[in-house]
Design a protein around this ligand. Structure first.
Ligand code: NDP
Ligand code: 8X3
Length: 253
């Protein structure tokens, strides 16, 4: 029997890499994407040892033409995508809006919103044609309410919620399912990227609290994909035990 295929964007690190490992353990063949081609090759070597096939696609989700070429160039068997995990994304900076950096804003909006839309636009028609598929968007608790300095990042994750809800309406007449997974604090490269490589500042984000791991989120995404066909996990908020919301958490001194 042909294996199911999961396409995971941003699989070179953090939550995306964890999703790749989890879906591979669950027997899926994988299409993994990211901009760092060498990291994709390393992931491929690691995961293929689990006995699944891996098709790396190295491109920037902000680049619409590159996204189209990547998906259109897949062999027919690899276009039978069962699960799309729209995970690629990032935060940049934590400045108040009136001091925000335009380049940071562009990068967040172009990746978290437009990149997700590019992937959705090129992959979902393949799913609709087969009347089969599941889109799992990685949103965030940041999309539920703004927190200090979160402004544009929070807005992009609010957009992920709205786009997930909109897509769910668009495909309600099909067997497709749409899930928005909203993690809280997950220790990955996220904060290093947010603070442009300032490791010390990034480390402080996780001080005094046990954060989630990429594996915790991958388990939730895999659970949603594994639910019986008539069950659509529409939205899941996943927080560390000592986190109550995007801005409220208890830290041990
Ligand atoms: P990481 O920085 O560890 O991973 C981000 C991934 O996104 C990398 O694989 C990176 O790959 C990829 N990526 C970034 N920009 C692009 C791009 N333009 N084109 C293609 N791929 C890109 O962070 P996380 O794993 O934490 O983040 C994954 C998702 O989870 C993001 O959407 C983030 O907003 C969300 N999230 C994270 C939380 C956290 O606390 N960590 C909490 C809630 C949500 P490469 O560099 O190779 O392109
Ligand atoms: C990432 C989680 O709280 O740092 O989306 O915004 S948070």
């Amino acid at each position: 029997m042909t294996k199911k295929i999961a396409l995971i964007t941003g699989a070179t690190s953090g939550i995306g890499a964890a999703c790749a490992r989890r879906f591979a353990q669950g027997g899926y063949d994988l299409i993994v994407t990211g901009r760092r081609c060498e990291e994709l090759q390393k992931l491929r070597s690691e995961i293929e040892r689990l006995g699944v096939e891996v098709w790396p696609l190295c491109f920037d989700v902000r680049d619409r033409a590159a996204t189209q070429t990547a998906i259109a160039g897949l062999p027919e068997r690899w276009q039978q995508i069962d699960v799309l995990v729209n995970n690629a994304g990032l935060a940049r900076g934590l400045e108040p809006t009136y001091e925000g950096d335009f380049t940071d804003w562009d990068e967040m909006i172009d990746t978290n919103i437009k990149g997700l839309l590019h992937m959705t636009r090129y992959v979902v028609p393949l799913m609709v044609a087969r009347n089969r598929g599941h889109v799992i968007n990685i949103g965030s608790v940041a999309g539920d309410a703004a927190y200090a300095g979160g402004n544009v990042y929070c807005a992009t994750k609010s957009a992920v919620k709205t786009l997930s809800d909109g897509l769910r309406i668009d495909v309600a007449h099909t067997r497709l399912r749409v899930t928005n997974v909203k993690p809280g604090l997950v220790e990955t490269n996220f904060s290093k990227v947010r603070f442009h490589g300032d490791d010390e500042r990034a480390g402080k984000v996780y001080q005094g609290i046990k954060p989630l791991t990429g594996d915790d989120i991958a388990d939730v995404a895999f659970y949603a994909a594994s639910a019986p066909e008539h069950v659509q996990i529409a939205e899941v908020l996943v927080l560390a035990t000592h986190q109550a919301s995007g801005s409220v958490m208890h830290r041990e001194p």
